[in-house]
Design a protein around this ligand. Structure first.
Ligand code: NI
Ligand code: MN
Length: 227
């Protein structure tokens, strides 16, 4: 499984011969000037919630990838399918098997509305269960004890992508505890540095994980991690 960081909470995951894109937000990210949203090729677009820093480039991506399918909570599905885009609705707790593996939609503690004020349902995270291993993508969330359920109901995680920038989500100290709850010591950080509110000290964040024998990866924008 190859994970490429495109800034903020936007990643592509290459798995099972398919390309999954999470939370496309590139054109509005002042740090992601080396990424061209029009060049992203994907088969699926997974959306954790409807805030603009997670969906701003959805329609651009769907126009250059007309066969791609959005995977999201019901309300986001309804919003994009009404505009004519291909989409698959899910809700929290469910698994669904796609051609790259199974996806479980899990809870995230955060809000969700579209930039135009439309209701976005609730914020979610995803667990991917594939032939190349399992990955948890938390989306924007606070630390929550519900994360303890994930290792009980999902296969062991190879890695987890957690928000660590504080202000809008948990911070890296909470993410260390989240890593305990998830029983996963390989964490990839996201939702940091994009705006002043969420700027972090990289060395302190990495040290907080290293002290507990865990690894925090803070990818550079454009960097690919193989897990
Ligand atoms: Ni958000
Ligand atoms: Mn966000």
């Amino acid at each position: 499984m190859k994970i490429t960081y495109l800034g903020h909470s936007c990643f592509t995951v290459a798995v099972g011969g398919k390309h999954l894109l999470f939370d496309p937000f590139v054109s509005g990210n002042p740090l992601a000037t080396n990424v061209r949203i029009e060049d992203i090729r994907c088969d699926y677009v997974l959306l954790t919630h409807a805030h603009s820093d997670h969906i701003a480039d959805v329609e651009t991506v769907m126009k250059v990838n007309p066969e791609a399918m959005i995977i999201s909570i019901w309300e986001i599905y309804a919003y994009y399918s009404a505009k004519g885009y291909k989409a698959h609705p899910m809700n929290k707790g469910g698994w669904y098997t796609f051609d790259f593996g199974r996806v479980k939609m899990v809870d995230a503690v955060h809000s969700s509305s579209f930039p135009d004020g439309a209701y976005g349902g609730e914020a979610v995270g995803f667990v991917l269960d594939t032939a190349e291993g399992a990955l948890y993508v938390a989306g924007d969330t606070a630390l929550t004890t519900d994360m303890q359920l994930i290792p009980k109901i999902c296969p062991p995680l190879k890695a987890a992508i957690l928000p660590i920038g504080s202000n809008f989500t948990m911070d890296y100290c909470d993410a260390v505890l989240a890593s305990d709850f998830l029983e996963c010591n390989r964490i990839i950080g996201c939702h940091f540095d994009t705006f002043g509110f969420i700027r972090i000290d990289h060395e302190k964040a990495k040290a907080a994980f290293a002290e507990k024998g865990k690894h925090l990866h803070l990818p550079a924008i454009g960097e690919t991690i193989e897990i």
